[in-house]
Design a protein around this ligand. Structure first.
Ligand code: SF4
Ligand code: SF4
Length: 461
């Protein structure tokens, strides 16, 4: 029995293009460009020098700031240059691993603190796209009793998590048990949309195997839940509500509802880190869309260029009108293809005009469809109008623009073709600037009041 969230849509899912394609390991490229900021938090600083030889899995950038994720070399070779906030490494073709990685250690014998340290050392972030450093999420400041492994993959076209669960469910199941141990939760659930029955079967088998072969340690039995397919089922707040019936308060975090949510790919990376000491240097990403010759699910090194991944899939067929980082609902349009695949790259989508053409934007006809579709209970029509008028304060204070999860449901259903999410994204950016301005004004007011007070005191004296 699952709780059904309000709103949501059923977009064409396009998953048929890549869901039948087994994970294929793309050979390491000759050059990787590894950004210093692939996570939420402070960017890292290089801890290697230009010209230095590095090995695969070696730490190449870090920072003393708390909120960050360390960066590691994804190939062995020479550090060629630092460019545009990234470290460029030229592969030596050896693909030699860094020394001392504890390949094949027994994670059951490790304490919670040791497991957490392994996650931190490996530079793991939320791989569903959120890129929040995992070690921070796994040390919540509030009591947590439920762990949810997000295998919903509700974004159209993306099939990387589906293939991961089907082909490498053991890594996910072991990772889920490690996460349950670190968090000390009473309940752990792998949540999968019911359009991925093979993934659900594979995960049930993998969980059974992990529970049969691993030590008991009092860990909860891992449930595999098949949720109704409905976008954005995989959004954290929707998933928490579906599984637990709990609502994350507005402006709150999953821990405010006693939960931690991690993507299934993150769980697999956590297993690699704890059992083998392998840092996050590669990921599975879907390269798909009607402009890609042979859509694939690629295991690809971090720092590989979009162009190289697209070429590996046979290049373009027809003329791509749009290349997106991520899926069509929440992805971001890319202007260049020399950008690198990062820890958060769940997919590369190339679409022809046939799929991107949607006619001119018209005035809102007040049909209310966007309101019905919004899973956050917002009034997207009003937010788009306020966005157009640049009425940032009203969008924030009266219409809760900051609660928008940018799922794109409103834009999708709008018959007037209004780019609602674009207006909302711009408004959200402006809210931050407004808040900074308001803070500066308040500080100036306070300073002026204090100066007046001091002057009065001086006059009295
Ligand atoms: S307003 Fe935001 S949360 Fe609501 S449907 Fe639009 S994008 Fe999604
Ligand atoms: S769906 Fe579009 S036209 Fe209808 S109310 Fe919302 S913004 Fe207006």
């Amino acid at each position: 029995m699952f709780h059904r969230f309000f709103g949501g849509i059923h977009p064409h899912d396009g998953k048929e293009l890549a869901k039948g394609a087994p994970i294929e390991t793309m050979p390491a490229p000759d050059v990787v460009t590894i950004p210093l900021s692939q996570h939420i938090g402070a960017p890292c600083k290089p801890c290697v020098k230009i010209g230095e030889m590095v090995k695969r899995g070696q730490k190449i950038a870090t920072t003393e700031a708390f909120l960050h994720a360390d960066i590691h070399a994804s190939v062995s070779g020479k550090v060629k240059k630092f460019e545009n906030g990234a470290i460029v490494i030229e592969s030596d073709g050896e693909d030699a691993w860094a020394d001392g990685l504890p390949m094949g250690r027994d994670w059951h014998a490790m304490t919670k603190d040791e497991l957490l340290a392994a996650v931190k050392d490996a530079g793991i972030v939320g791989m569903g796209g959120a890129t929040f450093p995992a070690f921070v999420k796994l040390a919540p400041k509030k009591p947590v009793d439920v762990l949810i492994l997000n295998g919903a993959e509700c974004e159209p076209y993306l099939t990387a998590d589906d293939r991961l669960m089907r082909e490498e469910g053991d890594r996910v199941a072991e990772g889920a048990r490690i996460l349950a141990k670190i968090l000390g939760v009473k309940r752990a659930v792998v949540a999968i949309e019911d359009n991925k029955p093979e993934a659900a079967d594979a995960m049930r088998a993998a969980v059974q195997k992990a529970e049969a072969t691993g030590a008991d340690e009092g860990l909860p039995k891992i449930e595999v839940a098949q949720l109704p397919t409905r976008y954005p089922q995989g959004a954290e707040k929707m998933l928490i509500y579906a599984i637990t019936g709990r609502e994350v308060p507005l402006g709150g975090l999953p821990m405010d509802a006693g939960t931690v949510v991690q993507n299934v790919a993150t769980a697999a990376a956590i297993y690699d880190a704890c059992a083998h000491g392998i840092p996050l240097i590669e990921r599975i990403t879907t390269v798909s869309g009607d402009a890609i010759a042979t859509p694939k699910n690629l295991r690809v090194r971090i720092g590989t260029s979009y162009q190289a991944a697209i070429d590996y899939c046979g290049g373009f067929v027809g003329t791509p009108d749009k290349v997106l980082a991520g899926g069509p609902m929440m992805g971001r349009a890319q202007e260049r293809l020399d950008v690198p695949i990062t820890k958060g790259s769940s997919g590369i989508l190339a679409l022809t005009r046939k799929l991107t053409e949607h006619g001119p934007e018209l005035h809102c006809i007040r049909c209310g469809r966007c309101v019905q579709a919004c899973p956050m209970g917002l009034i997207p029509s009003m937010l788009s109008i306020l966005g157009q008028r640049k009425d940032v304060a009203r969008a924030r204070d009266d219409y809760g623009v900051m609660n928008c999860v940018e799922c794109g449901c409103c834009t999708y259903v709008c018959p007037a073709k209004r780019n609602i999410v674009q207006y909302i994204r711009a408004t959200k950016g402006a809210v931050k600037a407004l808040a900074a301005k308001e803070k500066a004004k308040a500080a100036a007011r306070e300073a002026a009041a204090k100066a007046k007070e001091n002057a009065k005191e001086a006059a009295k004296a």
